[in-house]
Design a protein around this ligand. Structure first.
Ligand code: FES
Length: 375
């Protein structure tokens, strides 16, 4: 019996007092490697948001930068489905890690997680990845702007700053529908009391059932920003939330003459599960080039036009292609193009050396010739 099998046979309280268990801690989960992870707990954050905490059953630690995401692949109705979720936990405590997931109407994975995942269950995960981290904009004065479940990366950054006593000056501005929808509200309030240079500002669209709410109401505006964070022009800004929110923030800062080289936003709302839209694969446009695509492994063949992504067309043709973000960020749809060429516009989900080897992200690749792909 191996050391890991020995430890696996112990109850959690026995493991806590076991020498082998502590010796096994600390081997690092190699970046990009796919691993089995086990759910340790599920906590309700709001009425439609839950935090799922995991560990690696072999006690490997997870090295990541706050703000990065993990791609998880649960089996839903017999099919492995991948989605990326930002890690809301802090990398300063690398043996357990969390994702915080909002239930999305029609969202396959978010609903499955909310309805099915319990402590003790296991699923596959890969990563971590992502460039929306403090490394993108090192500074001492920060302004975090988030809305809805976009709070998770800036929460990870805040928790890490608190754990490390990083002596950052942070203003944490979060927008929610009602006070009850403010994710991590209690913890953020606690942090505000315990960290000397940490301040929260919560904006709510309505009071909901909290009549005594005295915080700002409505949406973030330039006037509010100037009044509540007078030195916002001197801060490094990190923004995450629904696309409409991030666009509005960008426009608002632009109108103030903010130096956008100090502005960072998540490349898309990574935490809002994309509900698959097939429209892109519908109605081929006769004016566009039509190409044949052959899937080398299954022998399947289909035609598509040059305005479709290979991913959308392949899925429409019935191929099973792992995918998650559909934005060229997460790398889940990376596949070798064996013959032919595509035009690919990615958002950091693939490295140059992988492109040199013939790999492409199918979610952001459109054909420029007939193709044979490794599926
Ligand atoms: Fe995320 Fe293609 S699905 S990069």
């Amino acid at each position: 019996m191996t050391m890991y099998e020995n430890i696996a046979g112990l109850r959690a309280d026995q493991r806590f007092a076991d020498t082998d268990h502590w010796a096994a801690h600390g081997v690092q989960w190699a970046s990009g490697e796919s691993k089995r992870i086990e759910c340790l707990s599920v906590v309700d954050e709001t009425h439609d948001v839950k935090t799922f905490t995991f560990h690696c059953p072999d006690y490997h630690s997870l090295a990541y930068e706050p703000g990065q995401f993990l791609t998880i692949s649960p089996v839903v109705e017999g099919q492995s489905v991948s989605r990326c979720y930002t890690l809301s936990s802090t990398p300063t405590r690398p043996f357990t890690f969390s994702i915080t997931v909002k239930r999305v109407p029609g969202g396959t994975v978010s609903n499955w997680l909310h309805d099915n995942l319990r402590a003790g269950d296991a699923l596959n995960a890969s990563g971590p990845a992502g460039v929306f981290t403090p490394v993108a904009g090192p500074a001492r004065k920060m302004l975090y702007l988030s809305a809805g479940s976009g709070v998770t990366p800036v929460m990870a950054m805040t928790r890490a700053a608190a754990d490390l006593h990083a002596e950052l000056d942070i203003v944490f501005v979060h927008s929610a529908r009602t006070p009850k929808d403010i994710i991590f509200r209690d913890e953020l309030s606690r942090l505000q009391r315990s960290m000397s240079h940490f301040r929260t500002v919560f904006f709510c669209e309505s009071k909901g059932d909290e009549d005594d709410w005295s915080g700002p109401m409505g949406r973030l505006s330039l006037a509010e920003l100037k009044e509540r964070i007078p030195d916002f022009m001197e801060r490094e800004v990190f923004t995450c939330g629904p696309k409409g929110y991030m666009d509005a923030v960008q426009a608002l800062l632009g109108s103030a003459g903010f130096d956008m080289s100090h502005y960072h936003q998540e490349s898309f709302d990574i935490n809002a599960e994309v509900v698959e839209v097939a429209a892109e694969a519908d109605a081929p446009n006769q004016d566009l080039g039509t190409f044949t695509v052959r899937l080398a492994r299954s022998g399947k063949e289909f035609t598509m036009t040059s305005d479709q992504t290979v991913l959308a067309a392949a899925k429409k043709a019935g191929a099973v292609v792992p995918s998650s973000c559909s934005q060229g960020v997460c790398g889940t749809c990376k596949t070798a193009v064996l013959e032919g060429s595509v035009e690919m516009k990615h958002n950091g989900g693939i490295r140059q050396r992988e492109i040199d080897k013939g790999l492409r992200l199918l979610c952001c690749s459109r054909p420029t010739s007939n193709l044979v792909i490794d599926l």
